[in-house]
Design a protein around this ligand. Sequence first.
Ligand SMILES: *[C@@H]1O[C@H](CO)[C@@H](O)[C@H](O)[C@H]1NC(C)=O
Ligand SMILES: *[C@@H]1O[C@H](CO)[C@@H](O)[C@H](O)[C@H]1NC(C)=O
Ligand SMILES: *[C@@H]1O[C@H](CO)[C@@H](O)[C@H](O)[C@H]1NC(C)=O
Ligand SMILES: *[C@@H]1O[C@H](CO)[C@@H](O)[C@H](O)[C@H]1NC(C)=O
Ligand SMILES: *[C@@H]1O[C@H](CO)[C@@H](O)[C@H](O)[C@H]1NC(C)=O
Ligand SMILES: *[C@@H]1O[C@H](CO)[C@@H](O)[C@H](O)[C@H]1NC(C)=O
Ligand SMILES: *[C@@H]1O[C@H](CO)[C@@H](O)[C@H](O)[C@H]1NC(C)=O
Ligand SMILES: *[C@@H]1O[C@H](CO)[C@@H](O)[C@H](O)[C@H]1NC(C)=O
Length: 721
Amino acid sequence: MGAFRWLSLAAAASSVLAITPEQLISAPRRSEAIPNPSGHIAVFSASQYSFESHESSAWWSLLDLRSGNITPLTNDSNVSEVIWLTDSTLLYINGTNAQIPGGVELWVSDVTHFSAGYKAASLPAAFSGLKAVTTESGDINYVAYASSYPNGTAYNAELAAPALSTARIYDSIYVRHWDYYLTTTFNAVFSGTLKRSQRSQYRSFGGLKNLVSPVKNAESPYPPFGGASDYDISADGQWVAYKSKAPDVPQANHTTAYIYLAPHDGSEIAFPINGPGSAPKGVEGDSNSPGFSPNSKTLAYFQMEDKSYESDRRVLYTYDIASKEITALATEWDRSPDSLKWTDDQTIIVSSEDSGSSNLFLIPIAEATGDFTPRKLTNGGAASAFYLLPNKSLLVTGTTQWTSWKVYIASLHTKLAAKTLVSANEIDPELAGLGPDDIEEFYYPGNWTDIHAWIVKPTGFDESKTYPLAFLIHGGPQGSWADSWSTRWNPKVFADQGYVVIAPNPTGSTGFGDELTDAIQNNWGGAPYDDLVKGWEYVRDNLDYVDTDHGVAAGASYGGFMINWIQGSDLGREFKALVTHDGTFVADAKISTEELWFMEHEFNGTFWSARDNYRRYDPSAPEQILKFSTPHLVIHNDLDYRLPVAEGLSLFNVLQERGVPSRFLSFPDENHWVTNPENSLVWHQQVLGWLNKYSGVGEEDEGAVGLGDTLVPVVDINPPV
Ligand SMILES: *[C@@H]1O[C@H](CO)[C@@H](O)[C@H](O)[C@H]1NC(C)=O
Ligand SMILES: *[C@@H]1O[C@H](CO)[C@@H](O)[C@H](O)[C@H]1NC(C)=O
Ligand SMILES: *[C@@H]1O[C@H](CO)[C@@H](O)[C@H](O)[C@H]1NC(C)=O
Ligand SMILES: *[C@@H]1O[C@H](CO)[C@@H](O)[C@H](O)[C@H]1NC(C)=O
Ligand SMILES: *[C@@H]1O[C@H](CO)[C@@H](O)[C@H](O)[C@H]1NC(C)=O
Ligand SMILES: *[C@@H]1O[C@H](CO)[C@@H](O)[C@H](O)[C@H]1NC(C)=O
Ligand SMILES: *[C@@H]1O[C@H](CO)[C@@H](O)[C@H](O)[C@H]1NC(C)=O
Ligand SMILES: *[C@@H]1O[C@H](CO)[C@@H](O)[C@H](O)[C@H]1NC(C)=O
């Protein structure tokens, strides 16, 4: 009955905590700041969930780029995306359509009289990802994407006739991906034009052209995460480039993707610029992030070499539209950049994971040969969007571990310090008290190389006291704990329960160079496990304020696999409680996943040719199971098609039959992640409550979450003992 004690305690004020789960989930979430052409103001959106009304609200605001002052633009949540046409005019997507249910409209408004805008176009489906440019003739050429039928017609979910049977039939893989089953519709980029009429208003002209459907089996953007960065429109409005998985190779076991180029007017079928025979020899992997140079003559993009390794290093390429020549840039740079923007026709800025941060780097094309190393423009945090301003400084939107939104000006040509315009921890009451002081990093000797780890301390940290260890293990496995904000697995929310969080980046982690990332192949429970053991020992032996006797550990996805492996290994005996979120358990069950390239790369062969590799580190092996004894919370969601829910159920079955204190938590409407705010709150209550119960944290900290805090009833049909 111990658990119910927490109810009353948790009701007491939680003023000792800088951030609680409720505050994390209900703080405003803001978009990138998009500057107007003169660089004086920027526009951004925000949304916020309320645990009082149980509803979300959304609004748009303007940010003065000199003073940092914020003024409201509109509270109409129908406005879903905006683009500057002039210094004061916005083109935007209005999420309703007066004539077509399930459609949207394009509107034009002046920021000074925003509610007095007009409709410029009616689009027949749920289009998003608007990109637009003003052409020489004064027209607006735009692109946006929607789901499409194979015949090229946009698919409108609200108007589609319901199927009479729910059967699904497949003759080839994929069957399902991430959290949806494949159907005959797919994403496609459409192009359209707005012309200025006599009344000097823009009007739709000539209808929409589907630039993807003419290429059989092409799809763009690539789901589930692809969006507007999967395509681009040239500055002169004449060209569109998009990424599609290669239609000519089996898609479920290859990462291969090409960049397609098509005239905006759809007069010719798109062709792959780096398709078979065109790409540099041996370059066969994923391509992404096409971006045109300002003079519309060159296209930049990234491509990986390996055709089944999704975390292979991305290399920057340029493609000359006239000569069709492809050039590789900065080929020796030991980083894997992920987004790009041209600053002029000779210079590209890329962002890349970089030793626990995500920094911006400058690449002058003429210099980027041989072993050229790009010049770093930002230092720390995670830059998520950036724009070049007319005065040649950069407007950057980013996050850190201690702020969910930071807009700052970085210098391009000098070593001037960045100037912060606004930071969420200074304006959001939910984030008040957060700052860089509670975050530290260190390197320790790992299994074969030095390993990076973060230390995140609780608010009010006192070095003369001790705090139980919360050991967090990231997923991927090619991923990292980074200096960025997250509304899932936010280390500071764990720390503020009364822990010192240690978040290591062991073998397999990204941002520290290829060698570390690649070394996890065929080695899931080897070097990474030993890196974690050595990290734990380092903390025990060196950080006096960390109480490793009452430590707990948690992880998701690969981190969940690792927790399962730890449960059956010696390190498992060092923790008071464990949490696995959506992790693999039974070695042979890996074949039920959707992205087969992932397994075939990780285990270095197919399910039949390399079965020993798949089984090498099997948390469900009898000798592992016989050691299970640490209290274990198992979380697994029904819509997780990456690692199906049977993995969590199998683990829970074993823990229960072995008599290990355990609980199963599942969300029928969540995938590999938990994103619904009400579900996220229950997730946090259960995870933190479980850890707190066994670490004893809540006994001293009145603000800590208890296991009984949730309003969701617990099913327990065990006979009384
Ligand atoms: C460039 O413009 C931005 C936005 O107006 C301003 O905040 C910044 O201080 C300017 N930088 C320089 C070096 O003048
Ligand atoms: C939107 O709502 C907020 C809070 O209710 C208010 O302060 C703001 O003035 C409103 N903005 C507009 C443009 O109506
Ligand atoms: C969106 O537009 C519709 C139609 O004009 C309107 O009824 C609705 O109130 C709008 N929604 C918001 C949040 O303003
Ligand atoms: C959005 O479109 C609807 C339907 O045409 C219209 O009633 C509403 O005023 C528009 N709202 C905005 C903000 O453009
Ligand atoms: C395309 O296919 C859909 C679904 O079968 C159909 O509703 C639509 O009318 C077709 N469009 C054209 C132009 O034939
Ligand atoms: C992918 O599967 C096909 C059969 O569908 C097979 O021929 C091919 O070798 C596989 N590719 C890889 C990289 O395993
Ligand atoms: C590295 O880890 C492996 C797997 O756990 C282990 O067998 C090996 O002894 C470790 N090497 C060192 C130098 O610690
Ligand atoms: C993967 O398999 C290939 C060919 O069988 C072998 O040469 C290579 O060493 C293996 N890599 C790992 C990491 O096991």
